[in-house]
Structures are given as C-alpha cells and as structure tokens.
Design a protein around this ligand. Structure first.
Ligand code: EPZ
Length: 418
C-alpha cells in the first residue's frame, strides 16, 4: 500500500494554482448527459472520484476523452440508464446521476448508495423531490428502479434541509421536466452556482443558485457547451491550514476568497496575516496558531464541514483551546484518534471536540476518509520528526497529487510504496 512519508517543521513558501473543485465537476459531468452532443469541461482535476464519474458516463453510452485538465463528453447517444453497482459503491455521490438520467432517458437505475466514513448517508430528500416531479421510484434488493412514465413536470419542491446533493439532483431532473420548478430551501454552496452556470450554457433557464430559492424552466432542448470549473475552496482551505500550521508565506490563485471566507476569518483570528484579491489568497504565518472562538459547521455560507478536519489539525499543532461542533455529519471526527497518535490533545463529546494546542510528533497514521486524511497531512507538516500517512486512496479521491503541490511549497513529502 502506498503512503506519504513527511518530515515536519519545514516552512512552506511559494505560490500554487488551486485545481478545479471536485464538488462542482461531479454534478457538471453528470449534467453533460442532458445535452446530445459534445461538452468540453476545462479545469477538471485528476481525482479518483472524477475517474469513477467518467467511467459511469462511458457505461451509460457516452464517448469520453481526457486531454490534460480538459475532458470532452459526447452524449449524442445515451443507451443505458443503469449506474453499475460497483461504481455506486466506489462513489456514493454517483447518486447525482439519478436526476440527469431520469431527465434524459425517462428512467434510471442505481444501487442504494451505502453509508460512508462520515456515517449514514440517506438520500430521502433526493427521492422525495424526484417523486414530487413525477418520478416513480421503487427499491428492490438495494436497487432503486426509477421511471417517469408520464414525464417529469415542474412544481414547487421544499427541501426541509439544504442538502447539496438533493438540490443538484432536483435541478438536473427539473431541466428535463415540463414547466417551472421552484426549489425552496435550496443549498447555497458556490458549487451549485457553478452548476447553474453550466446548465444555462446548455440552454437551460436556471436562476437563484446561491440563494435558498432556485427556479428551473424545464423542457428546453439542450445543446452541448464548454465550461471551466471553479477552483476548489476546500483544497484551498487545506493548503492554507498547512501553511498556517507549519509557518511560512504562500499565495494561492484560481480560487475565490469569498467562497471560504469563514475559514479565512478563523485563520486570521488564529494569528495568520491574510490579504486577497478576486481569485487570489496570500497568507503569512509564523506557525503555532492560537486558539479561536468556537467553530460550528453549518450549511453554506456557514463554516464548511469539509474544512473542519484540516483546520482542527492546524489548531491542534498550535497553542490555546478551540471548541468545534460538527453539525452536518454524524461521524466526522474519525481523524481525531489518528491525530492523537501524533500527540494531539482533542477531547470528544458527541458532536463537540475540544482541541488543546500541543507540540505534535511524527507517527505512523492511517487516513480514515478524504478530509480526515488531509488533516493528518496538515498535522504531519507541523509535527517534529517523520510521519507516514497511509490509506492514500481516501486522499486521492479529492486531491490532485497533493504531495506534488505541497512539495512545490517546500514540504518534505514523498509518496512511497510499502
Ligand atoms: C456534499 O455532499 C459534498 N459532496 C460533501 O463533500 C459535503 O460535505 C456536503 O455536501 C455538505 O456540504 C459532494 O458535493 C460530492 P448533503 P452531500 O446532502 O450532497 C443529510 C467532501 O469531503 N441528508 O448536503 O451528500 C446527510 O446525511 C464531501 O468533498 C439527509 O438526511 O451532502 C448529511 O447529514 C463529503 N437526506 C446532511 O444532510 C438526504 O437525502 C448534508 O448532506 C440527503 C442528505
């Protein structure tokens, strides 16, 4: 199994372009099946979740080609409507194909996405919304069989919780429905605005993304388009947490500071000096971050749950006390026990984690999930001595060659096979 070997206490300095956002490119790639013809997607990162998504597109009958960071998807002919079970297991967010396949094919079939490292991952909000639009969905032996014999029709859909995936699935399905769909209680994440931009480039008429009410005029004949994916705000938060913890001066480009303003506020309160422009963030840190006011994760524009673990790792290497509250997922503290192996002082009580900064030391640790693995890398960069971070498949789902990016900033990190 491969692992990262990291020697800590190397100051980070230099500039990095942030790669395209995983949580934007996945729904955008699924949306390509709405338009017969060839879509061109730029700034598409090399991630295992993207590879899995491209395999699903091929499985549905699309011709897919990749040239560097540009992917072309020819959805002229979509012959199948079933997402293979193996790929569903590999990537639970493949559920995003439900709405798009229903809209294009009038039917869809996929296995129930299992839970994941973050705890149970229900999709009841997705299914309720699609049924409201006219889909008939039954589950048999863990497989969801969906069809819309009378087509999909626009209506008002209320989401009791601003689920990102349910919002996106409803937008995609509504593009194939007749009439107007209004999504009330929609998630407001920037990735949803990026999806709206792409859908409108296809010829759809979607408005309101970024607010909690999104409207979709359905049934337009959609045509292929070209799109450049937004920068990944969580990858940016990861790089900044690493520089904050290890000390140094870094400049990130290709990401909008506003998309991670709550993270920047925390890093500034912890002692980092920051300045930014339209798509640039510059950070200086002498390492040893201070404790900050309580961090409570919340739907956007609140503090992003995906940044919780990497910011926690940075603060665990610093001084002072910080209280975290994880309000989005049931079990998103699995990185805590691995950080403890490096000497971190973090006490868990239910959704609350109390972090007391300490001097961390190198250790052999294992990634528990995507962002939990990134947190171990952040901690190892600030710890005294050598660490080995294993189970890299978790990290490779959402970070494009993380070790190369950090090496560019001066980190001593190597991918090794053991
Ligand atoms: C998206 O997941 C992201 N994934 C997640 O990023 C992110 O953490 C999450 O949104 C929250 O921002 C992608 O975009 C591919 P949700 P999603 O539906 O859509 C509950 C990462 O690290 N819920 O907003 O699955 C759910 O259990 C990943 O990049 C229901 O109860 O998140 C969770 O507690 C991790 N029923 C909460 O809502 C539903 O039908 C938020 O889920 C759907 C969700």
């Amino acid at each position: 199994m491969s692992f990262f070997e990291i020697t800590g206490r190397r100051r980070l300095s230099g500039s990095l372009a942030v790669h395209g956002a995983k949580n934007s490119v996945l729904p955008i790639l699924a949306a390509c099946i709405l338009a017969p013809g060839e879509c061109v997607i730029h700034n598409c990162p090399h991630l295992s979740d993207v590879s899995a998504t491209l395999d699903i597109l091929r499985g549905l009958g699309c011709a897919v080609h990749r040239d560097g960071n540009t992917v072309t998807v020819d959805a002229s002919v979509v012959q199948r409507s079933a997402v293979p079970e193996q790929l569903m297991r590999e990537m639970r967010s493949s559920v995003i194909f439900l709405g798009a396949t229903l809209a294009r094919m009038g039917e869809a079939q996929l296995s129930y996405p299992g839970g994941c490292e973050l705890g149970p991952r229900p999709i009841n909000l997705h299914l309720d919304a699609l049924r409201k639009l006219g889909a008939q969905i039954r589950e048999e032996d863990g497989v969801l069989y969906c069809c819309a014999p009378d087509g999909l029709h626009g209506c008002e859909v209320h989401l009791p919780f601003p689920s990102v995936g349910a919002t996106e699935n409803t937008m995609l399905a509504a593009c194939g429905g007749s009439g107007t769909t209004t999504i009330v209680g929609a998630a407001r994440e920037p990735e949803i605005e990026d999806l709206q931009m792409f859908l409108n480039a296809l010829g759809a008429q979607v408005q309101g993304a970024g607010s909690n009410v999104i409207t979709v005029q359905g049934a337009a004949r959609l045509r292929p388009a070209e799109h450049t994916v937004m920068g990944d705000r969580i990858v940016a938060a990861t790089y900044l947490s690493a520089a904050g913890a290890a000390g140094g001066e870094v400049e990130l480009t290709g990401v909008c500071p506003e998309h991670l303003s709550t993270v920047l506020d925390v890093l500034e309160e912890a002692g980092c000096r920051l300045w930014y422009a339209k798509d640039m963030i510059h950070l200086c840190s002498d390492g040893r971050l201070q404790g900050v006011r309580a961090i409570r994760t919340a739907p956007y524009p609140g503090f992003p749950t995906d940044a919780q673990s990497v910011v926690m790792a940075a603060l665990a290497c610093g001084r002072g006390r910080t209280v975290f509250e994880e309000n989005i997922f049931q079990s998103r503290y699995r990185h805590v026990s691995e950080l403890a192996r490096m000497g971190a002082d973090i006490r868990l009580t239910g959704r609350t984690a109390v972090v007391q900064g300490a001097d961390l030391h190198g250790a052999d640790v294992c990634s528990t999930d995507l962002r939990g693995g990134a947190a171990l890398v952040v901690a190892a960069l600030a710890a005294e001595g050598v660490s080995r971070v294993g189970e890299l498949h978790h990290i490779d789902r959402g970070y494009d060659h993380l070790e190369l990016a950090l090496s560019k900033l001066g980190a001593e990190i190597y991918r090794k096979n053991g």
